[in-house]
Design a protein around this ligand. Structure first.
Ligand SMILES: Nc1ncnc2c1ncn2[C@@H]1O[C@H](COP(=O)(O)OP(=O)(O)OP(=O)(O)O)[C@@H](O)[C@H]1O
Length: 809
């Protein structure tokens, strides 16, 4: 608000001159833009210990060093232990070695962490550098400039013997510095030598070969009852013997990739279309395109194996290999126009000013989807008009500020729609105040919407730090200022996700699942996945991390919840036996028999709630209340955030919540207890409410493409671990019963059931795609409807009715 000033005016006797300063616009202090993620430091594996090849090298190198420098070592030991060395002789070295190995075994985790921290996981490279140094010194000695130490290195022989030693040292350094290349060279040499003597033969995949071929999960509906479908029989290893180890990583397993007829169904929108048109040449794609895609995928996965299959740091303690970071795509971030944001900041100030609200934009946080403008509320000034005479005797009016109060935050919040109009933005969310700052945050959608790849978040220091102490670390997305937001599922300890259709729930679930898959082996984490929609999570079928194949039947799902509640009780008893209070304490005491974390993922809670409201609510609440300590965590998503699905009890037990775009304020309140989610933009734009925060935080969720998750599934499926006994078999899950005792078959009958029946009778066709076209409904619903119609017609046939039409899915 400007205040007129008249320098010439003289104050009258009655008035006191007040020097009123015009409101000065402060410059925008901070402009944060989303920065490129910090360069990724290679993540250490679980033990960080190195391969057998590396260990063998170390032992040989140490032994050679000791034998070579026997005299000084002996002198040193004698000096160190005086009489002791004389008594024990060289045995003392063995004792020291034994102590070191014992410490390494008992303090495995600590040693691994230390090794990772100090980059000692690359000890062989350090050693290699040392050997190279010695070689250099030896070379100097050959030229007469190496001193007595140099002469010792070449054995005081400046002829062929000395040269031989130097060359030997250089070769040893080469092997230590790049063991993989050395190993490949040795193998290549071996192959070249043996090639002339080899008899060419066909190499069919034999039973028990290093890698198994897995049929595409979606093509196995008939195998729903089986655990980990595989085409080869897994041989149990005899008790007391070593379980089969994963294959040598240098061999790129061709059989891990399913052949070109395999198309794991894409998830998300693509998935639905894909599944819907499964019978119609796989989603209208040209066969060549499809082949190209599969070949690409195969190529990428092969490249990943070639590059990282032998990385020692990827080898986990239990023999599995963790996926390398390169398995995820790297998407460069969009740079946001700073000038554009400055201009919008001015527009916000002007728009506020035009409604009589003083405010200055003092901070701009540019994020991937929205830019947050931090507005410092100005003053509500009380102005008094003073009439006075100038020196010519004319009456002039002067305004004087007589008092001021801060602009109320509510006055800015109530202008959301007006600001949206002024900025020509679709929706504006106002965060008043920004937690921890005395500013009001105005979130304006960017003109260019960016997406956040999971890799960019996983490579940040925040995630890398969390990962070292939290096995269930998940990458959630990036905040309004482009900062990475990560969370620990174990601390959440259960997560409720809601949002309207197409808002990004399934992508978020995938990001959580893939995040866990990137850092945990099947013996550390098991999943139970419930997917009533049948297309979203089924691509994970056949993965070794699954405690049971993906459950798609609602009645089985309720049975699985009951099993999980039983498992929780069993775990509590097991823990009580060893006096452990939680899973971490138990696993520390348990030694080899560790308890895996169990993560239950439900893609559509509404379907379950509709099937057995009381049962499901009771079971979920019981699990949510008690399961954290025994390592069971729930991740539940729904597209119906209404009070009959997200009941008060469920809400109370799921303290961590994520809301994607919803259609109304009521829905937003139901999920978050506050408004705001109705203003979200969809496509991964979310409000994240962690347990310890009073207000939700706006993020752009991580995007995981179908290709990325497929690659991960291939990676895990391709390994040949020790055979795993199924924890939970689908056929063992009891079907849930309705309150009346009858098996639940009628509840899910669709409102379009009668229309679909009529269509089937008239046209003689029952297929999901047909119903989808005719009834203008989505694929999941059409597929369910087709099943119902088919069942009903089969029942009629049993009672002497018309024949069931041929299925043309
Ligand atoms: N984090 C994200 N970044 C970029 N795009 C996203 C993100 N999340 C979702 N999308 C886009 O939105 C589409 C729909 O997402 P998704 O399938 O997860 O929605 P949904 O909420 O699960 O829908 P439905 O309930 O119908 O299954 C995706 O295909 C993708 O194109």
């Amino acid at each position: 608000m400007s205040i007129k000033k008249n320098d010439k005016a003289k104050p009258t006797a009655k008035t006191k001159a007040v020097k009123a300063k015009p409101a000065v616009r402060k410059p925008v202090k901070t402009v944060k833009t989303a920065r490129a993620a910090r360069p990724y430091k290679p993540a250490g594996g679980k033990n960080g210990a190195g391969s057998w090849f590396g260990w063998a090298l170390l032992i040989v190198a140490l032994a050679a060093l000791v034998i070579w420098q026997r005299a000084p070592v002996e002198t040193f030991l004698n000096q160190l232990f005086s009489g002791t060395a004389a008594v024990f002789g060289w045995g003392l070295l063995l004792v020291i070695l034994g102590i070191i190995i014992a410490i390494a075994i008992f303090k495995r985790e600590a040693v691994a962490a230390f090794a990772r921290k100090t980059t000692f996981i690359y000890w062989y490279r350090w050693l290699g550098a040392l050997v190279l140094l010695l070689a250099g010194w030896g070379l100097l000695a050959l030229g007469g400039a190496g001193g007595s130490f140099g002469l010792a290195i070449i054995g005081s022989d400046t002829g062929a013997g000395g040269w031989g030693r130097v060359i030997g040292l250089v070769l040893a350094a080469f092997v230590l510095l790049v063991p993989a290349v050395a190993w490949a060279a040795i193998k290549g040499l071996g192959n070249a030598v043996s090639r002339p003597f080899r008899v060419p033969k066909e190499a069919p995949q034999t039973e028990g070969s290093a890698f198994r071929t897995y049929p595409p999960s979606h093509s196995l509906p008939h195998r729903q009852g089986q655990f980990r479908p595989s085409m080869t029989t897994a041989r149990p290893h005899p008790p007391g013997t070593k379980p089969p180890q994963p294959p040598e990583a240098t061999a790129i397993p061709s059989s891990i990739f399913v052949e070109s007829d395999v198309t794991t169904p894409a998830k998300g929108e693509g998935a639905k279309a894909n599944a819907a048109e499964a019978g119609q040449a796989a989603d209208k794609k040209e066969p060549e395109d499809k082949e190209e895609e599969v070949r690409d995928l195969k190529q990428v996965a092969q490249d990943v194996w070639r590059k990282y299959g032998e990385t020692a740091s990827l080898l986990a303690t239990d023999g599995w290999r963790l996926p390398p970071m390169d398995i995820l795509d790297y998407t460069p971030e969009i740079e946001y126009g700073e000038a554009d944001n400055q201009q919008r900041a001015r527009m916000i100030e002007d728009a506020l000013g035009s409604y009589g609200v003083e405010g200055t934009v003092v901070q701009i946080n540019a994020g991937p989807t929205v830019t947050q403008f931090g507005v410092e509320p100005g003053w509500d000034r009380r102005i008094k008009e003073i009439k006075e005479k100038d020196k010519d005797g004319n009456t002039i009016t002067r305004q004087v500020e007589t008092g001021r109060t801060r602009v109320k935050v509510d006055r800015i919040s109530s202008l959301a729609n007006d600001l949206a109009l002024a900025l020509a933005a679709p929706a504006i969310r106002i965060e008043a105040p920004i937690p921890g700052k005395s500013l009001v945050g105005i979130e304006v959608p960017n003109t260019l919407l960016g997406s956040v790849s999971m890799r960019t978040v996983m490579e940040t220091t925040a995630f890398q730090k969390l990962k070292t102490k939290a096995p269930l670390a998940v990458a959630l997305g990036k905040g309004a200022g482009g900062e990475a937001v990560v969370g620990d599922l174990a601390k959440m300890p259960h997560l409720l996700i809601a949002g309207s259709t197409g808002s990004g729930k399934t992508v978020c679930l995938n990001a959580i699942i893939c995040g866990i898959l990137m850092n945990n082996t099947p013996s550390e984490v098991k999943f139970i996945m419930i997917d009533p929609k049948r297309v979203e999570l089924t691509p994970y079928n056949s993965m070794p991390h699954l405690a049971a194949p993906v459950i798609v039947d609602v009645d089985k799902a309720i049975g699985a919840l009951k099993w999980l509640a039983g498992e929780m009780d069993r775990r509590y008893k097991q823990m009580a036996n060893v006096a452990a209070r939680n899973i971490d304490a138990y696993n520390k005491k348990a030694g080899e028999e560790k308890m895996p974390y169990l993560v239950l993922v439900i893609d559509e809670l509404a379907d379950l709630m509709m099937a057995g409201l009381d049962d499901v609510e009771h079971l979920l609440c019981r699990l949510a209340q008690m399961a954290r300590a025994v390592g069971i965590h729930l991740v539940v998503a729904t597209q119906r955030p209404s009070v009959d699905v997200i009941t008060g009890l469920i809400k109370a037990n799921f303290p961590t919540r994520i809301s994607f775009a919803v259609t109304s304020q009521v829905d937003s309140r139901t999920i978050l207890d506050s408004v705001g989610a109705e203003k979200l933009l969809g496509r991964g734009d979310m409000l994240y409410l962690p347990t310890d925060a009073a207000k939700p935080k706006r993020l752009q969720g991580c995007f995981v493409s179908d290709l990325e998750s497929e690659r991960l599934v291939y990676f895990w499926n391709g390994q040949n671990p020790e055979p795993q006994a199924p924890i939970l078999k689908i056929e063992d899950i009891p079907a849930a019963t309705l309150p009346g005792g009858a098996v639940d078959t009628v509840h899910s009958r669709d409102s379009l059931f009668d229309t679909a029946m009529n269509l089937a009778r008239q046209t003689g066709t029952v297929s999901a795609s047909f119903l989808q076209r005719k009834l203008h409904i989505g694929y999941p619903r059409a597929a369910r409807l087709a099943d119902e119609v088919r069942e009903a017609l089969e029942d009629e046939l049993d009672d002497g009715g018309a024949e069931v039409p041929e299925d043309d899915y």
